[in-house]
Design a protein around this ligand. Structure first.
Ligand SMILES: Cc1cc2nc3c(=O)[nH]c(=O)nc-3n(C[C@H](O)[C@H](O)[C@H](O)COP(=O)(O)OP(=O)(O)OC[C@H]3O[C@@H](n4cnc5c(N)ncnc54)[C@H](O)[C@@H]3O)c2cc1C
Ligand SMILES: NC(=O)c1ccc[n+]([C@@H]2O[C@H](COP(=O)([O-])OP(=O)(O)OC[C@H]3O[C@@H](n4cnc5c(N)ncnc54)[C@H](OP(=O)(O)O)[C@@H]3O)[C@@H](O)[C@H]2O)c1
Length: 539
């Protein structure tokens, strides 16, 4: 069986940097595997109309290479999917990563051989390879969730999931389209599909709070200003709660008078747009229900102002969860789209979907005839892609069994019982509540440091202790309980997948405290991890 030092699964932001770090910085033999036929991950798969980032481009990118930072030009504040994919393809070419990745190859199993302290990895194509380290960069929003609505096989039209969109694109001109789902994806796709389709029905289960993007093209001056200030921008991001380069505000929403607060929200809504509304306004929107209400009320008032039909406006107003307790979407003319004659909102809380028929979607109210259905129904988040791999650690313990009551990790990076396996952006990591590329870089660099330490000390296996894992699990839950996050039925706690154990998965204690804690663990000789020395095992 071929032997390498490390296998990295996935070629998105995480896999690409991990591969580069291990191969080019640490001089290791690394094999990458990727299901798709190219790099990009999220940006390879999510090609639906309107797909774009809603972190701003100047920080939704790698910071590890200042040359890369200086040479890449972002066209706008929120570039579209093709541009982000081009960026990741450029990174792969620039650092010569493609030669270390086997594409169109799905990793199906990984088994830890205790005697040799090596992982044996198999792919769907029948490849077998052994590696000292098995590193998951499979993504936390990469396993599409296709709801089990009866009748999908009968449907005579075309259907699509946004997370596996046809590469050649889809032309909806003249079609009657149904779109299910009003998360970030549905909210981005709706205005674009509405411009093409003869008629668009949006099937909404839970209304969402969306903030306008206020996208703009970057001028040469914008580019110059950003490039000249990158060290400072990155420093602010690294010191922040969410990995965003927004100055930390220590002000409570309740410190301001109603009038001042309104002015502040209005400025953020009308001029800034995007994540600044939540991460750059008041520190307590996700901590104090009264503070949250001020923002939620403001957004509901905006919806009622924008949407002309008061009945539709009311249906679009979220009332059952605090603002931001589900990942806040960012849009371009989402609410305005419901003023179009060719767009109808179907409230499927009121009239639930009963089945998909040959001709369309039947709700308790009646049948909607459609030529195409778009599932913007999200992902089996954080654990979905990882658990599709049959992973077996020490003593024959499978990850699926270990996580049957919900995922557990130490620092989101390792799982007790699974030596030399590292997870990037796993459960217990703050990544999904943060600017992901920055968080990914932190994970990769921490894993790299740990592996370097092992090489220097002649250690061949590292494993989180059960106590450390338990302690981290408690810290993750304590952090969540201090916030309003658990008050929503979100994918953060697996509530979007019927039957999935409801456990709050991300660490919401903040990027900076998290990265400080990771550094402290490493400085203290990797507290909470045990190592074994090379040759200490049966040969
Ligand atoms: C539409 C969309 C927009 C987003 N926008 C933002 C944003 O603006 N800001 C932000 O911070 N985050 C955003 N995110 C989150 C986004 O997922 C991350 O920012 C980032 O792209 C994740 O990178 P990754 O490498 O960890 O995972 P991914 O990009 O998901 O890559 C994982 C890769 O692993 C591969 N893979 C999985 N399982 C296997 C297997 N068994 N064998 C082989 N290959 C496998 C997949 O094919 C995939 O290519 C967005 C997510 C979505 C879905
Ligand atoms: N530009 C960006 O930054 C961007 C864009 C897209 C996605 N993302 C990332 O990806 C994450 C996932 O976004 P997403 O919009 O793809 O998924 P999502 O946030 O999970 O939203 C899925 C939507 O589908 C609905 N839904 C799910 N199952 C359903 C069913 N059986 N019947 C009817 N409706 C159903 C959900 O309703 P309920 O709310 O009632 O469950 C929800 O409205 C985001 O939170 C974000 O992190 C980012």
């Amino acid at each position: 069986m071929p032997e390498v030092d490390a296998v990295v699964v996935g070629a998105g932001f995480a896999g690409l940097y991990m591969l580069h770090y291990l191969r080019d910085k640490l001089g290791m033999r690394v094999q990458g595997y990727e299901m798709g036929d190219g790099v990009g991950g999220t940006w390879y798969w999510n090609r639906y109309p309107g797909a774009r980032c809603d972190s701003e481009s100047y920080y939704y990118c790698y910071s590890f290479s200042s040359e890369l930072e200086q040479e890449w030009e972002w066209s706008s504040k929120y570039p579209e999917q093709p541009e982000i994919l081009r960026y990741l393809e450029h990174v792969a070419e620039r650092f010569d990563l493609n030669r270390s990745i086997q594409f169109q190859t799905k990793v199906t199993s990984a088994r830890f051989d205790e005697d040799r302290a090596r992982w044996e990895i198999e792919t769907e194509r029948g490849d077998r390879v052994t590696a000292r380290f098995f590193i998951s960069a499979v993504g936390c929003l990469s396993a599409a969730n296709l709801p089990k609505i009866p009748g999908i096989d009968r449907f005579k039209g075309d259907w699509y999931h946004t997370g596996a969109w046809p590469h050649e694109g889809v032309d909806f001109t003249g079609e009657r389209v149904g779109l299910i789902g009003t998360g970030s994806t549905g909210i981005q796709a709706t205005p674009m599909v509405a411009q093409q389709a003869a008629h668009l029905h949006v099937f909404q289960r839970t209304p969402n709070y969306s903030i306008p993007a206020r996208n703009f093209l970057m001028s040469p001056e914008d580019q110059r200003r950003i490039k000249d200030n990158y060290p400072e921008i990155r420093q602010i991001a690294r010191e922040s709660y969410g990995g965003f380069p927004y100055k930390l505000t220590l002000r409570s929403a309740l410190d301001d008078t109603a009038e001042d607060r309104e002015k502040h929200f209005e400025q953020l809504w009308a001029e800034e747009g995007g994540f600044k509304f939540i991460y750059g306004s008041y520190f307590d929107l996700l901590r104090n229900p009264d503070a949250n209400d001020t923002a939620a009320d403001f957004i509901r008032r905006k919806i009622r102002e924008i949407v002309k039909d008061p009945v539709v406006a009311e249906k679009l107003c979220p009332k059952d969860h605090p603002y931001g307790s589900k990942r806040p979407p960012v849009d371009t003319h989402y609410y305005e789209t419901f003023n179009r004659d060719n767009v109808t909102l179907v409230d499927i809380r009121e009239t639930p979907i009963e089945e998909i028929t040959e001709k369309g979607i039947r709700t308790s109210h009646g049948e909607y005839e459609l030529d195409a259905i778009i599932f913007a129904t999200g992902f089996d988040a954080m654990t979905g892609s990882l658990l599709k791999i049959d992973i077996q650690g020490r003593d024959g313990l499978t990850l699926a069994r270990k996580w049957q009551d919900g995922p557990t990790t130490y620092l989101g990076l390792q799982v007790a019982g699974f030596p030399n396996m590292f997870v990037i952006t796993g459960p217990g990591s703050p990544s999904v509540l943060a600017n992901m590329p920055l968080c990914i870089e932190q994970h990769v660099e921490w894993i790299g440091r740990c592996i370097s330490h092992m090489t220097e000390e002649g250690l061949d296996a590292v494993e989180a202790t059960a106590e450390a894992e338990e302690g981290w699990g408690e810290q993750v839950l304590r952090a969540a309980d201090a916030t309003l996050f658990p008050r929503a039925n979100s994918w953060y706690l697996g509530a979007n997948i019927p039957g999935k154990k409801r456990v709050f998965m991300p660490y919401v204690g903040g990027f900076k405290p998290y990265s400080d804690q990771c550094e402290e663990v490493a400085d203290k000789g990797y507290e909470g991890f045990v190592f074994s020395a090379a040759g200490a095992r049966a040969g």
